[in-house]
Design a protein around this ligand. Structure first.
Ligand code: ATP
Length: 360
């Protein structure tokens, strides 16, 4: 799967751009502030319906414009799809796939699996469990169609339960919700657990290439004590949950543990090594999706050269190209990428003050 055409209108500093990306490696280069990251952000916005840089979608609309429009032709095996996203300043979003309006953004995410690697990707490793849980859930979402509805059930019941806790109702009134919560939580946990197991198989090989010296172990923690059934725990922790005003244990606390020997990965690895570990995780996810669903991901790698030496830049580009996926990488200096490749990028784009030109 790849974008064969990508049109941007009024996204950040890009008033208008039409790109015909190659199905392999695409290099986007330009000075600071030229708009390189904005192109990646626009592709991400097309696939996810939101930005990875701002929670406020209005911020990505070009100043003094009322709306942004993104349009892509998507080549999936022998079929071409048209995907369009329009975002208005008042917060409304229109999404069309093959001319038909869609309501749920999850359909967009299903159509366009996107893997993002930015200089801030380290947050996957240290900024609390949320980013790590999102990482697991990206894979669970794409690998099992039951994940999303079950996870929505967990969130719905959890919200209800937390409200009852804050209302201070007695345990009998909560017990009904707990039975529901346990049922959905176990379904979600089984899918996540299975997913991390499958991922680990692929991850080992990639980590061996990137970080051959480090004894890295990746494991899944489900969000509650591994020896106690959730139903028992919820009942036992009821009084504490009332005091806290929310449910302390459950799949909303699941996590991915990344350890090097006996230490958390972030305490044992350098910044460059952490970046490689995040890349290994993302590449393994993309490869697993390809194996399980015959679906390609699109890789967006912002500022690829930063924090990597020439040898590791080369290794990363090689691993990315082995996925067979469409890859967009940005760099300030194109030589930093070109020098690490045996063959030139399939397409090179130069960005200057929001205007994009293709370099032959
Ligand atoms: N809503 C907006 N409307 C117009 N311009 C904007 C908007 N939001 C951001 N910009 C500008 O767009 C430019 C593009 O920034 P972007 O982060 O894409 O550049 P970059 O090439 O990735 O830079 P760097 O190499 O520093 O990361 C910035 O100069 C920014 O001030």
């Amino acid at each position: 799967m790849s974008l064969s055409q990508f049109n941007i209108q009024y996204f950040r500093n890009i008033a208008s751009a039409q790109l015909q990306p190659g199905s392999g490696l695409n290099l986007i280069y330009g000075q600071n502030g030229s708009g390189k990251t904005s192109i990646l952000e626009a592709i991400y916005f097309l696939g996810m319906g939101r930005s990875f840089r701002s929670h406020l979608a209005q911020r990505v609309i070009c100043n003094e414009q009322e709306q942004l429009t993104l349009f892509a032709r998507l080549q999936v095996h022998d079929t071409q799809h048209k995907v369009g996203v329009r975002r208005f300043r008042n917060g409304d979003t229109d999404v069309k796939i093959d001319g038909e309006k869609i309501k749920r953004l999850s359909i967009l995410a299903e159509t366009l699996p996107i893997q993002l690697i930015t200089p801030e990707s380290f947050s996957l490793l240290f900024e609390g469990p949320k980013a790590r849980r999102q990482f697991i859930d990206w894979g669970a979402f794409h690998s099992d169609p039951m994940f999303y509805p079950q996870w929505m059930n967990v969130r719905r019941v959890l919200k209800q339960r937390n409200q009852l806790l804050r209302d201070g109702v007695n345990y009998q009134q909560i017990a009904y919700w707990d039975r529901e919560f346990v049922r959905y939580s176990e379904a979600v946990t089984a899918i996540r657990n299975h997913y991390v197991d499958s991922l680990n198989g692929l991850l080992k090989g990639i980590i061996r290439e990137f970080l051959p010296q480090a004894d890295i172990r990746v494991s899944f923690t489900r969000g509650w004590d591994s020896k106690t059934p959730l139903a028992e725990l919820l009942e036992a922790q009821y009084s504490r949950d009332v005091v806290m005003g929310f449910t302390v244990s459950g799949p909303h606390k699941a996590d991915l543990r990344l350890r090097v020997g006996n230490l958390p990965a972030q305490d044992a690895l350098s910044r460059g090594q952490l970046k490689l570990l995040v890349c290994a995780l993302r590449i393994a996810q993309g490869k697993l999706l390809k194996q399980q669903q015959d679906k390609d991901s699109i890789y967006l790698v912002d500022d690829l050269p930063s924090e990597l030496d020439a040898k590791h830049r080369q290794l990363l580009l090689q691993q990315l190209s082995e996925t067979g996926a469409q890859v967009f990488v940005t760099a300030i200096d194109p030589a930093a990428i070109a020098d690490s490749l045996n063959t030139p990028p399939e397409r090179i784009f130069r960005v200057e003050q929001g205007s994009v030109t293709v370099i032959e």
